[in-house]
Ligand binder design. Structure first.
Ligand code: SF4
Ligand SMILES: [Zn+2]
Length: 366
């Protein structure tokens, strides 16, 4: 399966990027591993992208939109210098997140000398470093090398689903849960912090299944992750999920489903009923609905969206279910009805109607 990355618009866009400038650099509030709030800088580098994308690619991944296939080590060093200059060598930021539209520790994507520069600079500047990676790079040899330069950092892995069938047929992830198990074991042995990304509502899945699976995956990975970040699907241009969405064959998740998932998963994160920072906390659980409330992101009816998104974001900080008290809207009963129907009827792809387009046109296209 291959998403349409070679269309003329995609190629033109890729060649338009300046390889010496990072894609973007920005600062956000964050929390350090010990729970202390801090400021974090996110550096998104312009790279060659993900090697899995070159041969296949995940069904929802639109990172190829931001890449250039001719980026060199000199380009990357120049991008890194610009990022450091912009924020005065990250003087005010305790945490640095480096995103490469792929894996920082993958030699085919990122030249080894640049990997070393990032690891060394962040160590010497005394910053908490977070990098992203697939599983296959996280071998003992690679981690031995990386920790010899920077002994403590966090690796964020886009696991998406702790389910081999979903990884293979819904996401086209190109690795299995066993590969994740192995990677986690290696990371643990090197004392590296683990952040796990899960995807809420992959393609070809009903809302009901998404909710049930979402809760189960959180339970399955909580003990072995320091942090779980659940990403509700948002539709990126030129991807397989984009085609399904345009065809009215996929609705991004309801915000109500996210609230329900949090309520059901909360006891696996806080077995004694605690909140963020409590002694019973198994790991951190973060849900950030990118494009929340928009047609291409997790959304409700249009009028309650911003309140529900705000409550979900507050929960990511507090870990307190009371954030959801008092939230209600007429659309909640439609969502409940859809879940009930999807449980009762053989509807593997679900029946959710999106807000996209007119109702009549949507019905005609069915
Ligand atoms: S592994 Fe990550 S970067 Fe690569 S195609 Fe999948 S989602 Fe995109
Ligand atoms: Zn509503």
């Amino acid at each position: 399966m291959k998403a349409p990355a070679n269309t003329p618009w995609a190629k033109e866009r890729q060649q338009s990027w300046d390889a010496n400038k990072p894609a973007t650099v920005y600062v956000t509030p964050e929390t350090l591993p010990d729970g202390i709030p801090c400021s974090a800088v996110t550096v998104i580098l312009r790279t060659k992208g993900c090697h899995w994308w070159w041969s296949s690619g995940c069904t929802f991944c639109g990172y190829f939109n931001d890449t250039r296939d001719d980026v060199t080590s000199e380009n990357l060093h120049s991008q890194w210098e610009l990022a450091k200059q912009k924020y005065d060598n990250f003087a005010e930021q305790k945490m640095v997140k480096i995103y490469t539209s792929g894996s920082l520790l993958e030699d085919r994507e990122i030249p080894l000398d640049f990997q070393e520069t990032v690891l060394r600079d962040c160590y010497e500047l005394g910053k908490e470093l977070i990098v992203e990676s697939r599983c296959e790079q996280l071998t003992k040899e690679k981690l031995l090398w990386a920790t010899s330069i920077n002994p403590t950092f966090t690796v964020a892995i886009g696991l998406e689903a702790y389910d081999d069938e979903v990884l293979r047929f819904h996401i086209n992830k190109g690795f299995s849960t066993r590969a994740w198990d192995r990677a986690i074991e290696n990371l643990r042995n090197f004392n590296i912090r683990i952040k796990t990304y899960l995807m809420f509502k992959p393609p070809f899945m009903s809302e009901r299944d998404a909710l049930d699976h979402g809760v189960r995956w959180i339970k399955d990975v909580a003990e072995r992750s320091d942090e779980i970040s659940v990403n509700p699907m948002n539709i990126q241009r030129g991807t397989v999920i984009d085609r399904l969405h345009r065809n009215n064959e996929y609705r991004p998740p309801w915000l109500w489903s996210l609230v329900e998932m949090i309520k059901q998963a909360h006891p696996f994160i806080y077995p004694e009923g605690g909140v963020n920072g409590s002694p019973d906390q198994v790991c951190r659980l973060i849900i950030h609905p990118t494009a929340g409330g928009k047609i291409r992101g997790a959304h409700n009816c249009g009028s309650c969206d911003k309140f529900v998104v705000a409550a979900i974001e507050r929960y990511a900080v507090s870990g307190d279910l009371r954030e959801f008290e008092g939230l209600s809207c007429g659309c909640e009963s439609i969502w409940r009805e859809e879940l009930a129907l999807e449980s009762a009827l053989p509807l593997p792809l679900g029946i959710s109607q999106s807000r996209r387009g007119s109702r009549v046109e949507n019905l005609r296209s069915l």
